[in-house]
Ligand binder design. Sequence first.
Ligand code: FRU
Length: 326
Amino acid sequence: SDKKSLYTIGFSQCIGSDLWRRNMLDEMRMELSLHPGVNFVYADANGNSAKQVEQVKSMLNEGIDLLIISPNEAQPLTGIVEQAYNKGIPVIVIDRKTASASYTAYVGADNYQVGKLAGEYMNTMLKGRGNIVEVMGLPGSSPAIERQRGFYEAISRYRGIHIIKQVYGDWLKDSAEKQLIQIEPALRTADALFAHNDVMALGSREVLERLGLRKKINILGVDALPGNGGGLQMVSAGKLNASLVYPTGGKEAIMTAFRILNKESFSRETILQSFVIDSANVQLMKLQWGKISSQQKDIERQQVLLAEQREIYNNQQLVLNIIVIT
Ligand code: FRU
């Protein structure tokens, strides 16, 4: 029958458990629900690059028509993604990249720009003078590399601002805390802290609080997720001074996937916008988000109703057939 219903899309996620990636998956599922009949295969590597390679291998063996992947670290995943691509399977890279240009499309924000924006915001926040501690993501993951580079390049243009210490927090709250405890002397001379994501920013804040340094040190994070436990809430509660919106791209990835599968034109790079959330705009953003999420709930309710109607219709068809036959 309908050829489109035969597609299988594989999605290899580097680590599925955090709020940001659960949001990404929700966005994907929402968009997928508008394309009924597609087969969606999901694998979560739980932050383990070797495991992710194995999961992609088995997807390729089982047979997929398109691969979406967010590679845990760039280098370890490059080989298998190149293999998929060279086999003729379209590959959409989302958020994190491999170390190669062998992919069909990329969806995500420009992490170099995210870092640069963070550096410029720091300059404004510190009024041109101060010491910064940087809590970076997982070494070897592309957003950590790119955010660090963009941040460094922005900061180095301002002569009164210095990055006095860098630690790797691996994108995780616990790791960030452990690393920060070890650089207490640097923290005592710091004026601001830039964490590559909000969960590490939150861990950093807790350490600073314990050391009695929170009031003195401004904290900037990345992600600014709406909803419970997200960065928007942290900024609005004053836990973080600011955060940069980092869109997940889940919806755009699925839209791009269907354009590719249906042989329609698509953009090779879908670059999503990042911007600063701070006390000046956080209330407005929360309000906007509230509206969007209530509309979202309406759509979900309508889908349930539609499914019920379809069920009723099918049953009536069945009854009709029986009547015709007998
Ligand atoms: C979630 C996350 C985000 C961060 C992104 C970078 O797993 O750590 O917080 O912005 O990944 O890839």
